[in-house]
Design a protein. Structure first.
Length: 72
């Protein structure tokens, strides 16, 4: 079980933010861009996914099923 880490909400210009400890950033492989989502009153922070992430596998499946033909 991972230990709970407490941090404070801080003022950043006209916004507010949180400082994420380096250990957590490394553990989660976070970089400059993250995705934020609210689920059941919890804030979920995860690495940002590439816009085309998963396309290669999807195209491979389409080719296997012969579903990659031009419709025009």
């Amino acid at each position: 079980m991972n230990p709970v880490v407490k941090t404070r909400i801080i003022k950043i210009g006209n916004s507010q933010g949180i400082r994420i400890p380096k250990l957590l950033i490394e553990q989660l492989h976070l970089s400059d861009e993250v995705e934020l989502e609210v689920q059941q009153n919890q804030l979920i922070i995860r690495p940002a996914r590439s816009t085309r992430q998963g396309w290669e596998a999807a195209f491979q499946k389409m080719a296997e099923y012969g579903d990659d033909q031009i419709l025009d």
